[in-house]
Write a protein of this length. Structure first.
Lengths: 226, 190
């Protein structure tokens, strides 16, 4: 592999690791409050996902830019202030242009400030890497988060209410029309907890399979060399 | 009577962990160990009460008269974070064993959603000063109750034969779901 190719490969890995391998919700189990609280419908789940993607990406960029000017002793307060400012911007924009969604997200929108994943990426990644890499890392983590939110909210809304994307032009109520009696528990809090439990188990199994395959391929490669 | 209703609703009906999903990082991270859970429950309750008093005063005597309500998120975060830092220093000096047990979660409690949520909810619901104190104590005790119940179950669960993929976090979530189902029964109380 040439130097250029391996560089591109590395950048791709920085972006893509957030989606499955280190998915903020399924694997790292960080920032679970929103994953449960706003995923009773796809619309709110998706809005939260996009908001978090915006906040985590912008915050990673800001932290990466100021990383050399911040005294390590006061780094956490600096991170928190930066995150809080970006969240306030997101809050005001949503309140102005999408008041219905703003109401639906309620207190959880302000709580984006304290999502562990955002602070964790600032501390673990953005404070040590340049702007481009930090942007990719934040964006990848945000995409992984949004992906998880869509998966969780789609399952919950489908089983719990019998619809998908209800209240939008794309709504699908085929199941409900066919006489399905919604299983209310899924859109109530306990259903959310149980679903996440099974999803965590599923991702764990998936990742183990992938790793086993990798090891097998390596062993085969070694065998061929010998 | 009003205060009693508020208190019971905060502890049982609108339990912060099991129906509002707040403080889950700590809830799942610490609840492997019963004694640490008791300590954490007490710490969260006291921090929450103190910060919500502080935040209430700042909001209604500083932010509202100046028309700066839109800054409430930033102000509350900084307020709670600095307060938790103070508590951290005290614990480090007074109880180093507990300090060691918390590990990585010490950074996380400084900016924890459960501590930040109380001032935000106080403001959103326009609670009076006394109401906000009752509400924060109730919420804190609700968290303590949930985490202690969870820790007791998980200590027993350590000896159970759980399917491999569900081990650890997976089964913890399902247990939390069942606890939530039980707590749902309280919603008929009022």
């Amino acid at each position: 592999m040439s130097v250029k190719e391996s560089h591109a490969h590395e950048l791709w890995h920085i972006f893509s690791k957030g989606i499955l391998e280190q998915n903020p919700i399924f694997i790292l189990a960080l920032s679970l409050c929103p994953a449960l609280a706003v995923t009773s419908t796809v619309v709110t789940g998706l809005t939260m996902g996009l908001t978090v993607t915006f906040v985590i990406t912008s915050n990673n960029c800001v932290i990466s830019l100021v990383r050399n000017y911040v005294n390590p002793k006061v780094r956490v307060p600096v991170y928190i202030t930066s995150i809080a400012t970006i969240v306030t911007v997101a809050q005001l924009v949503l309140q102005a242009y999408f008041p219905v969604l703003y109401k639906a997200l309620g207190i959880y929108l302000a709580l984006v400030v304290v999502f562990a994943i955002i602070l964790a990426r600032a501390e673990v990644f953005a404070s040590k890497n340049n702007l481009g890499r930090s942007f990719l890392d934040g964006f990848g983590m945000g995409c992984g988060f949004t992906f998880a939110m869509i998966v969780i909210s789609a399952i919950r809304e489908f089983i719990g209410a019998g619809t998908i994307l209800a209240g939008t032009p794309f709504e699908c109520t085929a199941l409900l029309d066919a006489g399905y009696a919604p299983m209310l528990m899924m859109i109530l809090p306990p259903g959310g907890f149980m679903l996440i439990g099974y999803l965590v188990a599923a991702t764990k199994t998936w990742n183990r399979r992938v790793e086993e395959k990798k090891k097998l391929a390596e062993l085969k490669g070694k065998g061929a060399e010998a | 009577m009003d205060y009693l209703a508020l208190f019971i609703s905060a502890v049982l009906i609108n339990n912060f962990v099991l129906t509002k999903f707040l403080g889950l990082c700590i809830f799942f991270g610490i609840s492997k160990n019963l004694s640490a859970s008791v300590g954490m429950g007490m710490a969260v309750t006291s921090v929450m009460t103190m910060t919500s008093i502080l935040a209430w005063l700042v909001y209604f005597f500083v932010l509202e008269p100046l028309g700066l309500q839109f800054l409430s998120t930033i102000v509350f975060v900084i307020l709670t974070a600095s307060f938790v830092q103070l508590l951290e220093l005290i614990i480090k000096k007074q109880a180093p064993t507990l300090y060691n047990m918390w590990g990585i979660y010490l950074l996380l409690i400084a900016t924890n959603c459960i501590v930040l949520a109380v001032p935000l909810l106080n403001v959103e619901n326009h609670y009076t000063f006394l109401q906000s104190i009752v509400f924060s104590i109730g919420s804190g005790l609700g968290f303590a109750l949930a985490i202690i119940l969870m820790a007791s179950i998980r200590e027993k669960l350590a000896y159970a034969d759980v399917p491999k993929p569900l081990q650890g976090l997976g089964v913890a979530f399902i247990v939390a779901g069942m606890l939530g189902l039980a707590f749902l029964g309280f919603s008929g109380m009022m």
